[in-house]
Each structure stands twice: as C-alpha cells, then as structure tokens.
Write a new protein. Structure first.
Length: 230
C-alpha cells in the first residue's frame, strides 16, 4: 500500500535550461514528520551522496531559507523552480507499507540527483506551517546521512535527530573541516594535533563556563576532528 507519494517534473540532464516543478503529492504529516515528511527525507538522503559537494551546501542553504519561509528568488542551486510542467520529464517517489514494514521506491534514473533533492525541499516548503519545522529537521539529517536509506534511516528520522551545516561540511571535506575546527593549518603533525586538541578540550569543559549541553556537543566535535587528522 502506498502511504506517501511525490510526483516531480524535471528537465533532461543534458538540457541547457535546468528546470524543476512539482506534480501530484500525497504527503501526510500527522503526526509530524509523518509518512510524507519521511518520504521527502528519504528522497534527499538517497540523492545527496551523488550530488556534488558544493551543490550539497547550496541545498542546505536553500533548506534554511525555505524553513524560514523566505521568498526564494530563481534560479536556485542552478535550477529554476516553476509551475509549468510542459516539456519536462516525470518521475515519482513512493513510501510503501508492506507486512514487514516500510520501504522506499525511488524513481530517479531519468533526472539528475540534485533535481530530485530540490523537488523534495520545495515540496517541504509548501507543507502547513505547523509541521514544517519537524519536517525540515528530518531533511537536515537526511542531507548528511550518507548511508543506505533503510530501516535504520527510518528509525533515525522518526526519532527526531537533527543535523547542522557543520555536519554537512564535515561530510563534504572532512580534513578541511577538522583543520578549521581545531584552528590548524595544513602541514600539521600528530604532536600539533594532540596539543591543540587538549587546549581546546580544556576551554570547552563546563568548569570553564560553558553550558553543559553546549560543552558536550563541542567536546564531541573536537574529538571527531582529532580522529580525522590522526
């Protein structure tokens, strides 16, 4: 049984003018993120790993503008979002319920991955205001998921975890992110990394005035950066 569905229209991958549009939608979101929000997140998570890193960051910036309800000038992320579907190819994505549980059915072969991700974001931006916050939290996580879109993904999305632009940058270019996080320059060595890590770790500790929740996030971030460089 189909529990959520998104129909999208997009220009051909080789077309000189890049365009996307939304078609029919069945996106239930009660209670949020609902089957509809889960499907939109699944589309983004499925497509994001094969989108160029710089475009992934532009997708994130568009996500934040849509979440804030801003007017979106066109084009964005190298594509024009429009109402007219004439001359565009059609693709559909579905969330299907079987006896064993939920599964995604993606139809992304005829378009560029970024086109499908874009349409998922624009569809989220047209959801009722009361549920958009929860759905966009799911989309933030989806953009940095980088793993199979399976039962673990569904469980994580429905559990309400969120991610940030820093998470995306860490995924796009982990070494550059780690250097920036630790305040280091290229040409570092193991001793330099460990020394810098210890200094920043001490500064991030709650005993030095940081709030406990913020301190825990900062300490985890520093540990991740250290591990990347070592």
């Amino acid at each position: 049984m189909i529990v959520a569905e998104l129909e999208i229209f997009h220009s051909r991958p080789i077309a000189p003018t890049r365009r996307v549009a939304l078609g029919q939608r069945n996106l239930p979101v009660d209670p949020a993120p609902g089957a509809g929000g889960l499907l939109l997140a699944g589309i983004v998570a499925e497509m994001a790993p094969v989108v160029a890193p710089e475009l992934r960051e532009h997708l994130y910036l568009l996500l934040e503008d849509l979440a804030a309800g801003k007017r979106i000038p066109q084009p964005r992320v190298r594509h024009r979002f429009q109402q007219d579907t004439v001359g565009l190819l059609r693709s559909s994505h579905r969330l299907v319920a079987y006896e064993a549980g939920l599964t995604f059915e993606f139809e992304g072969e005829r378009g560029l991955p970024v086109q499908h991700a874009l349409c998922a974001l624009y569809a989220a931006g047209q959801l009722p205001e009361l549920v958009r916050g929860v759905v966009f939290d799911a989309l933030r996580e989806a953009l940095v998921w980088g793993q199979p879109v399976d039962e673990r993904f569904i469980s994580s999305i429905m559990g309400g975890r969120t991610s940030s632009l820093a998470d995306l940058r860490a995924w796009n270019d982990p070494v550059s992110w780690a250097l920036e996080t630790l305040g280091l320059e290229p040409g570092f060595n193991r001793r330099t990394v460990l020394k810098r890590y210890r200094v920043l770790l001490r500064d991030a500790h709650p005993d030095h005035g940081a709030e406990e929740q913020e301190a825990a996030a900062r300490i985890a971030e520093l540990g991740q950066a250290r591990d990347i460089l070592l």
